[in-house]
Design a protein around this ligand. Structure first.
Ligand code: AMP
Length: 603
């Protein structure tokens, strides 16, 4: 079977998983790490770097890297968004031709979808190195509160990266699938997902392999980075007076403080105090006579918790809202799943435990469980076993704007998807020649408090009384949360479909150009990876030979059927490896490498 992967494309870290022998496993990246920083960068010589290398590049050249771009995927550029971004990311946001967000990094202006495609492309290369063959089929996870535009843009990125997305699923649902299927859990689960940049809460009912999302909620701009920024604010206040102003304007200094803050936050997960030392804080742009300050301080867990109070309060408010939307009491939750790196923070664990009156379930790796659920789902979609059925919900209400600036909801938030709704509207006036039907997303009753998705315009209406000219509007929300709208003039039978203007898609020609560029890059990198795997393979075989000798010796000293079997297993792997090397069979070489590593880690 063709390999399929699950991708958790996170704000700060991404993970890839697959299913092997019926179990989900993490696919390590080409550096052997299980998580990859979601960062792309360009060196001074124009080389593209991603993951850990990009993170390191950012230490000295923050203007050359693009971290946390997930915050802006599929979003429309606005002055407010650009202003808010100034405090959060090291790159400026600009408006692209269709109103999409582009960013300036290393002197280039790139669409967010391209950066995201570069990341996905890197994860694809990692998976291909792991399997020794092409990989394209995947399931990608997104935060539950991603709207139509953000989902659409994620798909567009995947397309540029050369990936074939079987389905986009919600991160919390994915976590529940992974947990539910591995533990045979049945009941009501709550997934509390606090990642680097977003916060999601979902309630699911799990029964006989069916996962039904009952309610979701969250805060799309609350995550670990906000906690880091609270520490950064506290740190900058301690920079001595003559330097502080320069530090606040200096990207290198701010990036150093941000890294130090994140490290301190992680330290405080295990320890009560974190020592922070940041050198060379000042203006890095001025030539000659540079003077820098050094900052040495300590942050206690107690004080970090005080600093975090406004953020933890927001987390609690979201939980309260989701529970009241779902008309459930915190006690009615059977299993509490903590997902996202931030849920390692003791204060967050305590907060959740106190609110729900029970401890979170154990055995869930908060950084990996989402990718694993996606891999399981991808595997099932391909095998069409259907043993786990996913029923998700609409994460926003969808409405038609009517007279008086109000909205008429056709699909309410938390309705199971796929969903259809149909309603008849009348033109605003009699003898109107055309009718505009605006479509909105959001929970408010007034159009100006909702997000406009676009409008359908019906032309050439018949002359007559408005009551005699009904227009039928139908909404279709797909299983992965994308919307199609159709309006029919029932008198003439003329129908129009909506182009969702809120989707900030790139022009098809640009998508094709970026896709071709990515294809060239991936082909080149793929060849390098293949050469590296070929070079490394003799060492893998040498390791296997040593292991055979070692196992033979121990089988002679302590003979047993088990010891014999172990020798036989490694011998057979060695023979397979030798044959694969001779045949230059990259997929087989990759498989032998993986199996051997598993044997070695057990011995
Ligand atoms: P995610 O987006 O799920 O990868 O979450 C990443 C966030 O979790 C980042 O803000 C990290 O700083 C944070 N994080 C990861 N590990 C830890 C840890 N051990 N202690 C505290 N925060 C962590």
């Amino acid at each position: 079977m063709e390999p399929v992967i699950g991708i958790d494309l996170g704000t700060t870290y991404s993970a890839v998983a697959t299913v092997e022998n019926g179990k989900s496993i993490i696919v390590p990246n080409r550096s052997g790490q299980r998580l990859t920083p979601s960062i792309v960068g360009f060196t001074a010589t124009g080389e593209r770097v991603a993951g850990e290398r990009a993170r390191m590049l950012g230490d000295d050249a923050p203007d050359r890297i693009a971290p946390a771009t997930k915050r802006y995927i599929g979003r429309r550029w606005t002055a407010e968004l650009a202003l808010a971004a100034k405090h959060v990311v090291p790159y400026p946001l600009m408006a692209g031709p269709s109103g999409e967000v582009r960013i300036k990094v290393a002197g280039r202006t790139l669409p967010i979808t391209q950066i995201s495609a570069m990341l996905l492309g890197e994860l694809k290369l990692d998976a291909e190195a792991f399997f020794g063959r092409p990989v394209s089929k995947c399931v990608i996870t997104v935060p539950a509160n991603f709207d139509d535009g953000q989902r659409f843009a994620t798909r567009e990125s995947a397309r540029i990266a050369g990936l074939d997305v079987l389905r986009i699923i919600n991160e919390p649902t994915s976590a529940a699938v992974s947990y539910g299927l591995t533990t045979q859990f049945q009941g009501r689960a709550l997934v509390f997902d606090l990642g680097g940049g977003t916060f999601d809460v979902s309630i699911l009912e799990v029964e006989k392999g069916v996962f039904e999302v009952k309610a979701t909620g969250g805060d799309p701009s609350l995550g670990g980075e906000d906690f880091d920024n609270r520490i950064v604010q506290w740190l900058t206040a301690q920079v001595p007076d003559p330097y502080r102003e320069a530090v606040l304007k200096d990207r290198i200094s701010m990036n150093r403080l941000k890294h130090a803050a994140e490290r301190a936050k992680r330290t405080l997960t295990d320890k009560n105090e974190a020592f922070i030392s940041v050198a060379e804080l000042g203006d890095h742009s001025s030539e000659g006579g540079k003077r820098f300050a050094q900052l040495d301080t300590a942050l206690t867990r107690d004080f970090f918790e005080t600093l975090s109070e406004p953020l933890t309060k927001r987390c609690l408010e979201v939980c309260q809202k989701v529970m009241s939307d779902a008309k459930l009491s915190p006690k009615s939750i059977d299993a509490l799943l903590l997902v996202g790196g931030m849920t390692r923070v003791p204060l967050i664990r305590k907060l959740v435990t106190d609110f729900f009156g029970k401890a979170p379930v154990g055995g869930v790796n908060p950084d990996e469980v989402v990718a694993q659920g996606a891999a399981i789902h991808a595997h099932e979609l391909l095998e069409k076993q259907g043993s786990a059925l996913l029923i998700d919900v609409a994460t926003h209400s969808l409405s038609v704007g009517v007279l008086g600036g109000t909205v008429r909801k056709l699909i309410s938030k938390n309705t199971s998807v796929p969903a259809q709704a149909k309603e008849t509207f009348l033109p605003g006036r009699s003898n109107q020649q055309s009718a505009r039907i605006p479509i909105f997303q959001g929970e408010a009753d007034y159009t100006d408090e909702c997000t406009k998705l676009g409008e359908v315009v019906l032309q050439d209406l018949k002359a007559g009384q408005r009551a005699d000219l009904p227009i039928e509007v139908s909404f279709e929300l797909s299983a992965e949360g994308t919307l199609a709208v159709r309006a029919v003039d029932t008198t003439t039978g003329i129908a129009e479909s909506i182009r969702i203007e809120a989707r900030t898609t790139l022009a098809p020609t640009e998508v094709e150009k970026l896709r071709a560029e990515q294809g060239v890059y991936a082909a080149k990198e793929g060849l390098k990876d293949k050469a590296a795997a070929n070079d490394a393979f003799p060492r893998v075989l040498a390791k296997a030979e040593r292991l055979v000798q070692l196992l033979e010796k121990s089988a002679q000293e302590n003979p047993s059927a088990q010891a014999e079997a172990a020798v036989g297993q490694v011998r057979s792997l060695l023979a397979q490896g030798q044959a694969a090397e001779k045949a230059k069979d990259a997929a087989m070489m990759a498989e032998v490498t993986r199996l051997l590593e598993r044997v070695i880690s057990k011995n």
